[in-house]
Each structure stands twice: as C-alpha cells, then as structure tokens.
Design a protein around this ligand. Structure first.
Ligand code: C5P
Length: 409
C-alpha cells in the first residue's frame, strides 16, 4: 500500500478494547502505519487478553501503552506523564474496537486506565468504532452513552450487521479496515480548506440498455472520479458522489447511484443546487439505442441493425441551469481524446462553458481508462495550461481538488 497523503505524519492514538474484534485493529494499525501515520496504540487490560501488545508494537514500530503506572519498555514516555504526552499534539483519537464498558467510561469522563485517562487529556477529534455482541449496542444505556458522546462532538462509526462471535446474527460487528480508514480520512478532513463547500462529482461509464439483459457502455471504471471525490472528502467538502461505477462505497460522501445518461442528468441537475463545484469525471455515453426492447432480443442469422440516438449532453444542461441560478460556481469537465488532444480540449472548454478542463490522451497504455495511473493536462478558461506528469489517480485527484480550491478562492 502506498502512502496516503492526508495520513502522512498524522499522529493517531489508536485505543484498543477487549473485544474479539481486537485482532482487526492489528490490520488497521498496520495499514495506518503503511499509509504514513504515526500510530500510538493504547490497550485496555481486556484487550491484552485477546491480542499481545508486542503484535501492535511490531506493526506500528512504536511503543505500546497498556498501564498507567508502569513505564513501558521500548522507549515509551514515562508512565506518570504518558497520557498527557500522548494526547498533546495528537491529530485523532480512534477507539477501535470500542466496548460498551469503555464507551460508558468515556461518556462519564472516568479516568481509571491508560485509555480513558488519555481520552480525558486529549483535545483532538474522537472517533469511536463500537464492536459488541448480543444486542448490547441496542441497550438504552449504550445508546444514551452514544448520545452524550455525540453531543460532545465525538463521531460514532455505525457497526455492521452479520455473524457475531457468539454465533448470533445482528448489528455489532467492527467494519473492515478500508471502511475504518475511510472514517479516519473523513475525520481528519473535517474543518479542511473545502469545509462548507458542496462538491458534486460524477464517475463511471453510463450503461444504455438494448434490452433487459444487454447494454452499451465504455471502458471507464470510475477510478479517477472516485479518487477526486476521496480528495474532496479529505479537504472537508460536503461531497455528493453521483456514480455509474461499481466501486466500494466512499465513506463521508453522499452517494447517488445512476445507470444511464438520462438518470445521471436528472441526478446532476437535482444535486447542483447550491454547489460550489461540479466535476464531471463520468464517461457519459454519447449514443443510446433509440428503442429498448421489452424482451431479450433473439439472435437470428440476419445482421442486427440498432438505430442509435444522441443522449442528452449533461454539461450543456448544466450550463443552461447555471445561467439561471448561478450554481455551480465552478464547472470542471473531462476530455478523453485519442487524437488532436489540445485542439479538441480547447474547443470543448468553450462550447460546454467550463472553468477547467482535464484532458487526457487515452491512447497511452499507462494512463486513462482502467489503469491506476493517469497523466493529464489542465486547461482553464483564461488560456492557462498545466501538465500533470504520470502519477497515481489519487495524486491526480488531489491535484484537481487543489486546483478547484484555488479557483473557489
Ligand atoms: O463531448 P465529450 O463527451 O467528449 O465531453 C466530455 C465531457 O462532457 C466529460 O466531462 C463528460 O462527463 C461530459 N459529458 C456530458 N454529457 C454527455 C457526454 C459527456 O456531460 N452526454
């Protein structure tokens, strides 16, 4: 896994409680560390019954804190000030898994073990990922504790439903690492440079049906749009992600699933009210079958003629709506070209009323559709041109968001 820029050098205190899900916290500590974060693990006594501190020390490469009274081997802070030292300058306190007992302590402000005393000393955002069995999460006492913590600004991650350690099925599972990482990114992004800005981002190739089982589509996977939306969440934006792609849910964004150009058009026009920016990264089909057969089209020995008609141009419809409402303030389009890249891109910028156009040459094997890297040129309405060298789609996504942020200034 590559470094994730918004996690690089972030100081994260990971509180681990005594739940069978504690083993998942090892993977989380490892992935946070690989992403560039400095992870200080604090374990409760009960957590040590499930996983060894040494395991956390091995994956984080840093001392692990377990006891308020005893200094740890391995260069940790002296015991009497460890909680203050850990809390000071931390960017995030994440408790995962959080048990009902520790949640109750945090709600009450108790400070009788290393984790609860650190939580009391900390002034950074608090993110809680509960994991518990047998309906304990639904108990009014636990629910009341969540309410108190939320009231104080803590964020509680919704546990997942499924098989619990007891064999029961229900709500109470700790989400998997990618979901937890998504919550960490969102928590770190809150208050960022795009806070209070609504950004609408589209992704994926639309699918235009021929009949109930077949469709016309394109090679877009939605990865670049997804990376842009993630970068917008990292910058604290209020993100609406309109997607025709098959990708995992993006934590921290409101997702609107669409399939055809028509459903994407309707979603975009509905969502851009009040938006600071629209970023149209979706590969919208230009043509669709004129008629969608009600039944599956039977094969025959004759050639099949499929009359196609134009789909609505979403950016042109946005241009018209924007002329009336003033929103979105900024519109970004994409141009995937296989010839005369700059010439075609410039023409598109003007015709579609764009502030910024992201042009890529889709003939290169290492950029464009399906691969994880991209190489783009940003053209603006003032005639400016900026090339972004071959980079991961995450890096390109962050560069586009940075550029949008500058335009909004
Ligand atoms: O005209 P062309 O399809 O090459 O333009 C690409 C840009 O226009 C992309 O930003 C794409 O999302 C958008 N588009 C659109 N409506 C269409 C086709 C493309 O808004 N029907």
């Amino acid at each position: 896994m590559l470094t994730i820029a918004p996690l690089r050098d972030k100081r994260i205190i990971l509180g681990v409680c005594g739940s069978i899900a504690a083993y998942k916290a090892l993977d989380l500590a490892s992935k946070l560390t690989q992403a560039g974060a400095l992870v200080d693990v604090v374990m409760t006594d009960a957590a040590r019954r499930f996983v060894s501190p040494l395991s956390f020390q091995a994956v984080s490469g840093r001392p692990v804190y377990t006891d308020m009274w005893q200094a740890e081997a391995g260069g940790g802070l002296p015991s009497h000030i460890a909680h203050v030292g850990l809390a000071e300058g931390a960017d995030l306190l994440l408790v995962a898994p959080a048990t009902a007992n520790t949640i109750a302590k945090l709600a009450q402000g108790l400070a009788d073990d290393m984790l609860s005393v650190t939580a009391l000393a900390a002034r950074c955002p608090l993110l809680i990922a509960p994991a518990m069995d047998g309906g304990m999460i639904e108990h009014p006492a636990t629910q009341a504790n969540f309410a108190v913590l939320r009231e104080r600004g803590a964020q509680v991650i919704e546990p997942e439903s499924g098989r619990l350690a007891s064999g029961l099925h229900g709500r109470g599972r700790l989400p998997e690492t990618p979901t937890l990482l998504g919550h960490v990114r969102r928590a770190l992004g809150l208050g960022g440079e795009l806070s209070d800005h609504k950004l609408v981002i589209t992704a994926g190739g639309t699918r235009e049906a021929l009949d109930p089982v077949r469709f016309i589509s394109n090679r877009s996977t939605g990865k670049q749009g997804y990376a842009i939306a993630q970068a917008a969440v990292d910058a604290g934006a209020d993100v609406v992600f309109i997607t025709a792609a098959d990708l995992p849910p993006l934590v921290g964004a409101k997702q609107v699933d669409v399939d055809t150009a028509q459903t994407m058009l309707e979603a975009v026009l509905a969502q851009i009210a009040g938006a600071a920016a629209l970023i149209m990264a979706a590969a919208v089909a230009d043509y669709r079958p004129r008629r969608v057969a009600e039944q599956k089209i039977k094969k025959s020995d004759e050639a099949l003629n499929l009359p196609l008609e134009r789909t609505p141009d979403i950016l042109l419809a946005v241009k018209a709506q924007r002329a009336q409402t003033g929103y979105p303030a900024i519109v970004v389009g994409f141009a995937a070209e296989s010839e005369n890249l700059l010439e075609n891109a410039r023409a598109k910028l003007g015709a579609k009323g764009l502030d910024l156009l992201v042009a890529n040459d889709i003939t290169a094997a290492d950029a464009g559709f399906a691969v994880d890297s991209n190489r783009v040129i940003l053209l603006d309405s003032g005639g400016g041109l900026e090339e972004i060298e071959l980079a991961s789609k995450d890096v390109i996504g962050a560069a586009i968001i940075e550029r949008v942020s500058r335009l909004l200034d």
